[in-house]
Design a protein around this ligand. Structure first.
Ligand SMILES: NC(=O)c1ccc[n+]([C@@H]2O[C@H](COP(=O)([O-])OP(=O)(O)OC[C@H]3O[C@@H](n4cnc5c(N)ncnc54)[C@H](O)[C@@H]3O)[C@@H](O)[C@H]2O)c1
Length: 267
């Protein structure tokens, strides 16, 4: 066994995870904490952010909950200032907060379009813009943005126009940021396939209502697309985020790693 195993520890590192009150974001916060990081837990929902932070504290790491809407620059400034006030620095930023809606382009309102792009594309931009200077000052940083298999070439999915546009923007931003902040900050995206979370349950429900097919049947159709035959769990995504924060991934930047159980090859 060599020293690499010791280096996987995130002890002394501080991570800010957005949208970490539930599902994938919560899984990432818990996984990074399990490997030694202290965590600033953001969510729009103050109560769920508080619950994740409490769970981390009871496991022995430090955590602070910060309610903020990542689509608003004033909120992002306040969130990052609060995290730095508490921990003195931020080493890892995970831009996870997101929404999705099953809506054909012709039925999509301007408001729904704006909300998708504001939370995911603009939110990722605002958080990176505020945190990257702190990382550059310390000459070390890891940024992981939540992409999606839908942002993989030729996999943009019918009736998810604003979602696909936002995820495409995130992948573009990831690649530009990786170039602008190399070699000190590694910037990557992780693209989940179908993770069994509130977001996906809502999508299966909405697709069922739109097509007149029971949600359970829609869900089973999605499952059958997966080479590995099961939906992902939040921790399947969290483990890859952890990997990207360790020296194991020290030569990876500007990538979009698809964690899709065989998607997108089967869509
Ligand atoms: N679930 C999947 O299969 C899947 C697939 C591909 C990509 N993703 C991406 O993973 C991320 C997490 O998805 P999830 O399934 O855990 O979703 P989720 O809906 O279960 O959780 C999203 C979290 O983000 C928070 N949030 C929403 N808007 C926010 C805002 N403006 N500011 C701060 N927090 C906000 C919500 O309160 C919630 O806690 C998203 O970016 C999503 O697009 C998910």
């Amino acid at each position: 066994m060599d020293d690499l195993l010791k280096e996987i520890s995130l002890s002394g590192r501080v991570a800010l995870v957005t949208g970490a009150g539930q599902s994938i974001g919560r899984g990432i916060a818990l996984r990074l904490a399990k490997y030694g990081a202290d965590i600033a837990v953001n969510d729009l929902n103050e109560e769920t952010a508080g619950r994740t932070a409490e769970q981390i504290r009871s496991s022995g790491r430090d955590a602070v909950a910060v309610q903020a809407d990542v689509s608003k620059s004033k909120d992002v400034d306040r969130m990052v200032d609060r995290a730095v006030e508490h921990f003195s620095h931020i080493d890892i930023l995970v831009n996870n907060a997101g929404i999705s809606a099953d809506r054909p382009i012709l039925d999509c309102s301007e408001e729904l379009w704006d909300r998708h792009l504001d939370i995911m594309a603009k939110g990722t931009f605002l958080c990176m813009k505020k945190v990257a200077p702190l990382m550059l000052e310390r000459k070390w940083g890891r940024i992981i943005n939540l992409g999606s298999y839908v942002a993989q070439l030729n996999c943009f999915t019918k009736s998810f126009g604003p979602y696909c546009a936002a995820k495409g923007a995130i992948i573009g931003l990831t690649q530009v940021a990786a170039q602008e902040w190399a070699p000190h900050i590694l910037v990557n995206a992780v693209g989940p396939g179908d993770v069994e979370t509130d977001m996906m349950e809502k999508e299966w429900q909405e697709a069922g209502e739109r097509t007149g097919v029971p949600a359970a049947q829609v869900k089973e159709k999605y499952r059958k697309r997966l080479l590995l035959e099961r939906f992902e769990k939040p921790d399947d995504i969290a483990r890859v985020v952890l990997f990207l924060c360790t020296p194991l991934a020290g030569q990876i930047t500007g990538s979009h790693l698809i964690v899709g159980g065989g998607l997108p090859f089967t869509v």
